[in-house]
Design a protein around this ligand. Structure first.
Ligand SMILES: [Zn+2]
Length: 149
């Protein structure tokens, strides 16, 4: 999925999470979820985030380890160690929203990489007309959900 689609899906995930988590600082919560939603593509040297961390993209397969459940666990533990549950839940929700949205693409993700190359995949081609339709639908859902909060 593209950067903007990850942001739109992350935003929706944050909106739904508000109902259950009731974070004190909602603005910070949204910012953290959006950061989490961008993080996995750090493994792509040409992505919005990855272009600043090119060595990661050179060393790791795109949609490999950085798009796995293991990275989610390691990242969550690291954030928990340095910050608290508020930061951890927000970053993890964003990260998970990224994995889910990449999993519905044809390329898919390998959730258990590097232990297994089992691939979760869907039928959406990245940067296709279908992704554009999904992006528009997400933005509409985001706005509707925001209005009804
Ligand atoms: Zn990705």
């Amino acid at each position: 999925m593209m950067f903007k689609t990850h942001l739109a899906f992350g935003f929706l995930a944050a909106l739904f999470s508000l109902q259950y988590l009731n974070p004190g600082n909602q603005v910070l919560f949204f910012i953290l979820v959006m950061i989490g939603a961008c993080l996995p593509d750090i493994d792509h040297p040409k992505s919005k985030l990855g272009k600043y961390f090119k060595p990661i993209g050179w060393l790791f397969e795109h949609r490999g380890f950085f798009h796995s459940i293991f990275m989610l666990v390691i990242l969550s533990l690291a954030v928990l160690y340095f910050f608290n549950w508020f930061y951890t839940s927000a970053i993890a929700i964003g990260f998970l929203s990224h994995l889910i949205s990449d999993a519905i693409t044809i390329q898919g993700i390998m959730p258990f990489h590097p232990l297994s190359r089992f691939r979760l995949r869907g039928f959406i081609e990245t940067n296709s007309i279908f992704e554009t339709i999904i992006f528009i639908a997400l933005v509409v859902f985001d706005v509707l959900k925001l209005i009804r909060l």
